[in-house]
Design a protein around this ligand. Structure first.
Ligand code: B12
Length: 157
């Protein structure tokens, strides 16, 4: 649906952003990604969804090529902490993707125990924001609205 054809209620008051949507290399869940993609697209953003089980190398290569406004890592299988650390180190370790904004959310562990430590480690590895388990996708709209700088508005892929 083109932005002009989109119903008024779904039009974003914020500029359209290019989102690179990914999950961790161990995570086979897909519907979280589909839901997030449709949700962000309905709010006027452009989403490149890499699908399940994304190797860190593919994530970095795609980020280098597409220069997204935001990388969103969604993880629900309980290994989001370990997957997220690897993804952050890979993105932050590459000169071209070192400063791309990136956030992570979903279900990052298998229990609430240790959540504060997981969050601290993920922030330390380079995530700009770590959403607590169960945070709804609407939180991403706030983050996208807060992004500074010029907006190209072109598609992510
Ligand atoms: C379907 C399903 C599967 C299917 C996935 C099929 C597919 N193609 O997607 C299959 C059978 C393959 C599967 C496998 C496994 N699963 Co499973 N699965 C589910 C199930 C039943 C539904 C998930 C789903 O599709 N939800 C619908 C989507 C739309 O919602 P969602 O996932 O909650 O995502 C939303 C939010 O989390 C949030 N969100 C997600 N990411 C982000 C990111 C940000 C930044 C923000 C703000 C929000 C956000 O927004 C999303 C959209 O609304 C859940 C239980 C459940 N009822 O949720 C378990 C569940 C996710 N699975 C679980 C587990 C453990 C596994 C396995 C490890 C099981 C096993 N021992 O093999 C494997 C993992 C394999 C792997 N390598 O990843 C656990 C995870 C436990 C945890 N994290 O504490 C769950 C929670 C079941 C449980 N209660 O134990 N699974």
């Amino acid at each position: 649906m083109t932005p002009s054809a989109r119903p008024q209620s779904l039009r974003s008051p914020e500029p359209s952003r290019r989102v690179l949507l990914t999950t961790g290399s161990s995570d086979a869940h897909t519907w979280n990604l589909v839901h997030l993609q449709l949700f962000l697209e309905e709010h006027g953003h452009s989403v490149l969804n890499l699908g399940p089980c994304v190797p860190e190398e593919l994530l970095v290569d795609t980020a280098r090529m597409t220069r997204p406004d935001l990388v969103v890592l969604s993880s629900v299988n309980g290994h989001g902490h370990q997957d997220g650390l690897r993804a952050a180190r890979a993105l932050r370790g590459d000169r071209a993707t070192r400063s791309v904004p990136m956030v992570i959310g979903g279900l990052l562990g298998i229990s609430p125990e240790g959540a504060a430590t997981r969050t601290a480690e993920l922030l330390d590895a380079g995530f700009d924001e770590v959403y607590a388990d169960g945070t709804p996708p609407t939180a991403l709209l706030r983050r996208l609205g807060e992004l500074g700088g010029a907006c190209t508005g072109r598609a992510a892929a």
